[in-house]
Design a protein around this ligand. Structure first.
Ligand code: ADP
Ligand code: MG
Length: 627
């Protein structure tokens, strides 16, 4: 038997490890199973290339076993094992010096970063939950098995033992603070979280299986006890797209998110090996307009080991609303998030993903436009958000982003331009795109615009004001205006001579009369010589202010303070309408006032602005009138 001190200069490194790793101590199991997997896959490789003559690879599994009474947790593999010499080298020297270096280097920064598990501290993370750790290992080479034991001081012992079967058994003597790791439920939870898709089958206990044997009348149910394998070693993303049916993609979605009952809209299979390695499947879920955080997120794996579901920085922000998996060994995890963002590989990965998503959307659009239109409402948030945040995506999406009208016709931007340029170009050559955000609330305005042959878009996603702003600045000579932002004539100013039925003096006196009745703090009166059939009174809300307020409400930068501005409305009075003429010519003050009030209320009613007591009074007054 050999005893010795583990090669380390810090007197007692274990308390340090425990302290640093405290917040994330459950990762020990992932680390040990990763090592067991590595050992198995290494052996597979050796037998494949003929470097392990006489060794039968077989169907190795990894087993996790709880011994509650003895407070021990076993992780057993059938991998390549270690000779005593290798234990010396890999466990006593190499790994530990790595740990020491790490602790030295990251003493301050690593404490609450939660990234410790990715430092390759690996094996020694066992000491977070165990007082004593034993390794019993038999190499595939013809050498005696070794038994290593360490009680959490730098002292270890190493002796020969009589293990006959190839592989390694790690035994953790779980410490008093970590007894939860002797609970079946807890271990199950961890295996599901970290090891669900690892490449070597993992056994955790057994389960009963019911099979039907025999046929017809002789058929009977037979119960057998089988290994309870907790993982799927061949998850869909490791396969070729050609080998997967649409059904299998959907099944994998369910496997990833067992609590999710909504089907995904479509998927994107990622597969690249140069200049970085990345595989994965992303799913477009149905998204509603409220962008509340979804709890099923994209999961990041490295070689089928779950790492995190915080993919911030790796996946562009607008795509974090998607679901699915990404697996890449090339994402550096042993560094802080800020470093991650500056990493060249990570940048490339992020733009690769963006490009793939854009390409997929483009092909869906090209291949089945009708279906794409049907899905538009569910995917527009992601696309619009992407157009806002990534210029590269904006360029691509410009070809397939859709602009639906209030009558459910879907145009691309180019198609829209073509369709409306004749009728909706103003006198300065600017193309004016009319839109509504709510078909019911803006019904009157939409109707008037349509009567004049204008197209009215229905743009109702919460970030639409930002998108419009972006479109206006990236395209030439266009402007978006909501249908209720001005009188119809002013929305798209044409070069037509406006003929007013009122003289300048008449307008003056009309203005005076109106100003006396219309509350100044709420409405700015605006006299317009409109079509005599156009509404006599209309309330409008100027596009610019309203849009700025909306942008500030949905988190626009540079819009600071806009959200606090009061709502501003204009009262457009059509001087060519008969009613307005009547108002002007009414002799009794009382009647004049009543006409104005009633008209103002009607205008407010159609803009949805008449509420509460004022609405009650309006209704009462109207009944009086029809008596
Ligand atoms: P890493 O896995 O990053 O190399 P670890 O600290 O997890 O670091 O493990 C150190 C080394 O110990 C491994 O590289 C491997 O050589 C050896 N080792 C650990 N566990 C096993 C095992 N179950 N079977 C064979 N070798 C192992
Ligand atoms: Mg390891």
């Amino acid at each position: 038997m050999t005893t010795g001190n583990i090669n380390v200069s810090v007197e007692n490194i274990f308390p340090l490890i425990k302290k640093f790793l405290y917040s994330d101590h459950e990762i020990f199991l992932r680390e040990l199973i990763s090592n067991a997997t590595d050992a198995t896959l290494k052996l597979k490789h050796l037998t494949n290339i003929g470097e392990a003559p006489g060794v039968e690879y077989g169907n190795p599994i990894i087993e996790v076993k709880i011994d509650k009474e003895a407070k021990k947790l076993h992780i057993i593999d059938q991998g390549l094992g270690m000779t005593a010499e290798e234990v010396q080298k890999y466990i006593n020297e190499v790994a530990f010096s790595g740990a020491e270096e790490f602790l030295d280097k990251y003493k301050d920064s690593a404490k609450d970063s939660g990234i410790i598990g990715h430092f390759g501290l690996g094996f020694y993370s066992a000491f977070m939950v165990a007082d004593t750790v034993e390794i019993i290992t038999k190499s595939y080479k013809d050498e005696p098995a070794a038994h290593w034991s360490c009680d959490g001081s730098p002292k270890y012992s190493l002796e020969e033992t009589d293990k006959k079967v190839r592989g390694t058994e790690i035994i953790l003597h779980i410490n008093e603070d970590s007894l939860e790791f002797l609970e079946e439920g807890k271990i199950n939870e961890l295996l599901t979280k970290y090891n669900k898709f690892m490449p070597v089958p993992i056994k955790f206990g057994t389960r009963e299986e019911t099979n039907t044997v025999g046929e017809g009348d002789d058929a009977k149910e037979e119960k057998t006890t089988v290994d309870n394998i907790v993982n799927n070693p061949d998850p869909a993303w490791t396969k070729q797209p050609a080998d997967l049916s649409p059904e299998e993609y959907k099944n994998f979605y369910r496997e990833l998110y067992p609590m999710q009952f909504e089907e995904p809209l479509f998927h994107i299979h990622l597969n690249v090996d140069y200049p970085f390695n990345l595989t994965g499947i992303l799913y477009f879920p149905k998204l509603s307009n409220d962008m509340t955080m979804q709890k099923d997120k994209i999961q990041l794996y490295q070689n089928q080991v779950f790492v995190t579901d915080n993919v911030e920085g790796i996946v562009p922000e607008f795509l974090t609303m998607l679901k699915g998996v990404i697996d890449s060994p090339d994402i550096p995890l042993n560094v802080s998030r800020s470093y991650l963002q500056a990493d060249g590989n990570v940048k490339k990965i992020s733009s690769y993903i963006t490009r793939k998503v854009a390409d997929k959307l483009k092909s869906l659009f090209n291949e089945n436009r009708e279906d794409f239109e049907k899905k538009w409402n569910d995917i527009k948030i992601v696309i619009e958000y992407g157009m806002l945040s990534e210029d590269k995506f904006f360029e691509k999406a410009d070809k397939f982003a859709l602009y639906p009208t209030v009558d459910n016709t879907y145009f691309t931007f180019e198609e829209l331009q073509e369709k409306i340029k004749e009728n909706q170009t103003d006198k300065d050559g600017k193309l004016v795109i009319l839109y509504a955000s709510n078909k019911d609330a803006q019904h009157t305005y939409i109707n008037e615009a349509k009567e004049r042959g204008y197209e009215v878009l229905l743009l109702d996603s919460p970030i639409v004001s930002h998108l419009i702003q972006k479109l206006e600045t990236s395209k030439e000579n266009i402007s978006f205006t909501r249908v209720d932002s001005d009188s119809l004539d002013n929305l798209i100013k044409k070069d037509e001579e406006k003929i007013s039925k009122l003289s300048d003096e008449e307008k003056e006196s009309l203005k005076t009369v109106l100003d006396e009745v219309v509350p100044k703090e709420k409405f700015t009166v605006q006299l317009e010589a409109l079509d005599s059939k156009a509404s006599p009174f209309t309330i409008t809300q100027p596009e610019f202010m309203r849009r700025m307020k909306e942008m500030s409400a949905t988190g626009g930068s540079g819009m600071f303070g806009m959200g606090n501005m009061p709502e501003m409305y204009n009262l457009v009075v059509n001087t060519n309408h008969e009613l307005v003429n009547d108002i002007l010519n009414t002799k009794t003050k009382a009647k004049q006032e009543r006409l104005i009030k009633q008209s103002l209320d009607l205008a407010r009613l159609s803009q949805g602005l008449l509420k509460g007591e004022e609405l009650t009074n309006f209704v009462k007054r109207s009944y009086e009138m029809i008596k």
